[in-house]
Write a protein that binds this ligand. Structure first.
Ligand code: HEM
Ligand SMILES: *[C@@H]1O[C@H](CO)[C@@H](O)[C@H](O)[C@H]1NC(C)=O
Ligand SMILES: *[C@@H]1O[C@H](CO)[C@@H](O)[C@H](O)[C@H]1NC(C)=O
Ligand SMILES: *[C@@H]1O[C@H](CO)[C@@H](O)[C@H](O)[C@H]1NC(C)=O
Length: 335
């Protein structure tokens, strides 16, 4: 086993098999239908779950590639990504992925990876919310481990400004255009007061609110999120939070972006042009969004993987990152 792991680690990243559409067409022909049906029912039960599941693609793919690592529960010897700064009390609807996985396990056991489920369900959530649809490439493998530390280091803060975000996306070969188009995902879903109180009351340590917030909208947010109030209260990320449309960009143009990381895209010259264009041309937004989602879905770590039986635990059950006296140890068990 040790030898095997070591062997895999030495393979160049190019040994990762290419992703392709229709990967399950012979082995599990109904896979895409099953994913969509289960998600659709979840969205009937709770409309917001579509947005929550769609967000998974971002949080999965940016941390060591699209490998389902963010779905792993912590174990006594591994701190996973669920309790990382950006995910704790924030990512939700993990149970929808469990439900999809259970349906797939009964139709075609051990065939469809959790990483592919995320990518299929994200696509479906957008389409079921009135947005575009597209063909997804499949064939991803699930990681054997997860890293809270990597998630902490990588995932951007709601305070992030445009230049920080441009730099982050560039690390993944995602352009300024991709950044703005993908941020349009905030056309659906909610955010917490915790994520915006700093900009309502103390932007950049000035003791003042963010001056780019339109005054009427700021009044509304102040009421929703009073200073010292409950940080878990949520507000809409745009004015039509259940519909995937270009309202988000219209809101940004009007100074009504919810997150600092949203409004900054209109404040900064390099991203402003795209925000303006998407606010006027929904088709262009949809086209660029799809292009960005496909590029983001291509991110792979080249590390060894498997098809998990349960999205919350690696099949071997045992992790790679150790916790020693509360200190994270990044040694790899196989070495
Ligand atoms: C550009 C950098 C991004 C930043 C800084 C960012 C940050 C955030 C924050 C702070 C929230 C609210 C979380 C909370 O308050 O608990 C949020 C929600 C959300 N994000 Fe992002 N995000 C970014 C990009 C993306 C991308 C690329 C996607 C997907 C393609 C995405 C999809 C979502 C969705 C759908 C929600 C709402 C989830 C729900 O209602 O449960 N975000 N994001
Ligand atoms: C953006 O944020 C980074 C990190 O907080 C900071 O160093 C930089 O000066 C900011 N850029 C602008 C244009 O405000
Ligand atoms: C605002 O933030 C700055 C810097 O983070 C901090 O020093 C200051 O005490 C804060 N002011 C208020 C009123 O919270
Ligand atoms: C939100 O709720 C969780 C779980 O009840 C709690 O642990 C956390 O401290 C709350 N967060 C904020 C910002 O109030």
């Amino acid at each position: 086993m040790h030898f095997l792991l070591l062997f895999f680690y030495l393979l160049p990243a190019t040994a990762t098999p290419p992703l392709r559409p229709g990967y399950y067409s012979k082995t599990c022909p109904n896979a895409e239908i099953i994913v969509k049906d289960v998600l659709k029912n979840a969205m009937i039960r709770e409309p917001r779950s579509g947005a929550s599941v769609m967000r998974f693609q971002f949080h999965d793919c940016f941390v060591n590639g699209c490998d389902g690592s963010m779905l792993l529960d912590d174990t006594p010897t591994m701190l996973g990504e669920k309790l990382s700064l950006s995910n704790i009390n924030s990512l939700r609807s993990y149970e929808v992925v469990d439900e999809i996985k259970a349906a797939l396990e009964s139709a075609c056991p051990m065939l469809v990876s959790c990483a592919d489920i995320i990518v299929m369900a994200s696509r479906d959530a957008v389409a079921l919310s009135g947005g575009p649809t597209w063909e997804v490439k499949l064939g991803r493998k699930d990681s054997l481990t997860a890293s809270q530390e990597d998630a902490d280091n990588i995932m951007p803060s709601p305070r992030a400004n445009a230049t920080t975000l441009i730099d982050l996306f560039a690390k993944y070969d995602l352009s300024v255009k991709d950044l703005v188009a993908l941020s349009g995902s905030h056309s659906i879903g909610n955010g917490r007061c915790f994520s915006i109180v700093f900009r309502l009351y103390n932007q950049s340590g000035t003791g003042r609110p963010d001056p780019t917030i339109e005054p009427k909208f700021r009044e509304k947010l102040d009421k929703l999120c009073p200073l010292g109030g409950d940080g878990n209260i949520t507000g809409d990320l745009d004015f039509t939070p259940l519909i995937f449309d270009n309202q988000y960009f219209k809101d940004l143009v009007n100074g009504r972006g919810f997150l600092n990381s949203d409004e900054t895209l209109y404040s900064y010259w390099e991203t402003r042009e795209y925000v303006k264009r998407y606010s006027e041309d929904e088709e262009e937004f949809f086209r660029d969004f799809v292009e960005g989602m496909i590029k983001m879905g291509d991110l792979q770590s080249g590390r060894p993987g498997e098809v998990r039986k349960n999205c919350r635990v690696a099949n071997g059950g045992q992790p790679v990152h150790l916790v020693v006296d509360g200190v994270k140890d990044r040694r790899i068990l196989s070495s």
